[in-house]
Design a protein around this ligand. Structure first.
Ligand code: PMT
Length: 401
């Protein structure tokens, strides 16, 4: 495993669980890969493994106490926060996850975390029932929403005697994820136009036609592009999400409004990703007054909306165009057809009937197809991780051949 030229600086937070012993191996792997690793332990972590073990392997003193003057002068908690290229918490207990999700900073690890601007990778490990607890799950969703990276726990025999999901992933897997997240700012110079969310097509002043898109996929793409150094213009339908910091965001409602906003941003973009679930149809008539309840069926006539992406495909002029395909059957065949018909460079196909894929959730399962004929089927992963995979593929496609 090789990582960049400058030695990346990792701050590893170790919270108290039996999986602490795997964090020891993780330090060894990261140091072997060329990282500088600084460990912060919680008090309960020190009940499982001694600081000396981490100190010996990392070659740095281990930090644990906020008010220890010797530690503060040798390490300095703000120094730790500032020095990190990446912050990793492994294992992350339910307790530490709860604290981070609720902004509690009552020990050294949570205080440094609060002060850091580095990306954060969290590897939860706990008893299966704790992991399934709805409060814990809500906390995880909250952490994902603010852009933290979460590793799914592994399944298997748990130290508490139960079998199921809750094991800390293998140190090799965590180290691999660290390497991926340490990626350089490789999208500098790109100006992405990204669309997200649904459209709403009004029927009358109180009703509309829409779909189940939450905007999460498009927002994840915007965040990933910004993280990797690109400029982002985000055109979004109505969502409950906070606009990604640093993106120029335009809010729209109907497909016609989305088309107008997209065409406005198109000329200054270098690439386009359409993750929005654009309404294919709109009502022919929009009632001025609320349609009243009546005894007889009423007919709703719909007319097609313009295909925005197809329009961009006909005018792409050197830009790289990436579409999405939300499919319920013949995933790759249908996606390949859209790739050709809309003159795209890449298409990300998601089978929206599959558990964990498509609309609304935090994860997706996608197959990427590109203009060279390559097909890459990806496993279930978070929308944040899929966004990074899409940009990796984008860069591959841009390489001169
Ligand atoms: O928002 P989330 O809840 O996170 O869900 C993510 C998602 C399921 C919406 C996303 O992953 C996705 O699949 N987006 C595309 C949905 C869609 O409209 O697919 P489509 O196969 O109908 O359209 C193909 C492509 O053409 C899409 O890039 C779409 O944006 C574009 N299109 C479609 C119709 C239209 N009139 N104009 C378009 O530009």
């Amino acid at each position: 495993m090789t990582i960049g030229v400058k030695q990346p600086s990792i701050v590893l937070g170790v919270s108290g669980g039996i999986a602490c012993y795997k964090a020891v191996e993780l330090v060894r792997l990261l140091v072997k890969a060329g990282c500088s690793v600084q460990v912060i332990m919680t008090r309960s972590a020190m009940e499982f493994v001694t600081p000396l073990t981490f100190q010996t392997l990392s070659g740095h003193p281990v930090a644990s106490e906020t008010f220890n003057l010797t530690q503060e002068s040798e390490i300095g908690h703000i120094n730790l926060a500032d020095s990190a290229d990446l912050f990793v918490i492994a294992p992350a207990t339910a307790n530490i996850i709860g604290k981070i999700a609720n902004g509690i900073a009552d020990d050294l690890l949570t205080t440094v975390l609060m002060a850091t601007q580095a990306p954060l990778l969290i590897a939860p490990a706990m008893n299966i029932h704790m992991y399934e607890n709805p409060i814990l799950q809500e906390n995880l969703r909250k952490l994902r929403r603010v852009g933290y990276h979460l590793l799914e726990p592994a399944e298997g025999f748990l130290a508490c005697g139960y079998e199921g999901k809750g094991r800390l992933p293998d140190p090799e897997k965590i180290a691999e994820e660290v390497q991926r997240l340490l990626k350089p700012k490789d999208l500098i110079g790109e100006r992405f136009l990204i669309t997200a969310g649904p459209n709403r097509e009004p029927l009358d002043p109180v009703r509309y036609l829409s779909n189940r898109s939450s905007g999460k996929m498009g927002y994840a793409l915007a965040r990933a592009a910004l993280r990797r150094g690109a400029a982002v213009a985000l055109v979004t339908g109505p969502t409950a999400l906070a606009a990604p910091a640093g993106a120029r965001t335009t809010q729209v409602t109907t497909a016609a409004e989305m088309r107008a906003a997209v065409l406005k941003e198109f000329s200054t973009s270098t690439a386009v990703i359409m993750a929005a679930a654009v309404s294919d149809y709109r009502p022919v008539m929009r009632a001025d007054k609320k349609i009243k309840h009546g005894k007889y069926p009423i007919e709703l006539r719909l007319e097609p909306n313009p295909d925005i992406l197809k329009e961009l495909g006909a005018a792409k002029d050197g830009r790289l165009l990436i579409g999405f395909a939300a499919e319920t059957e013949a995933l790759t065949a249908n996606a390949a057809k859209k790739l050709t018909e809309k003159n795209l460079d890449m298409i990300v196909a998601n089978d929206v009937t599959q558990e964990g894929s498509g609309f609304d959730g935090d994860s997706n399962i996608a197959t990427i197809l590109d203009r060279t004929g390559a097909t890459c089927a990806l496993p279930l992963m978070s929308k944040d991780d899929l966004a990074d995979r899409i940009f990796d593929h984008f860069l591959e496609l841009k390489k001169p051949r």
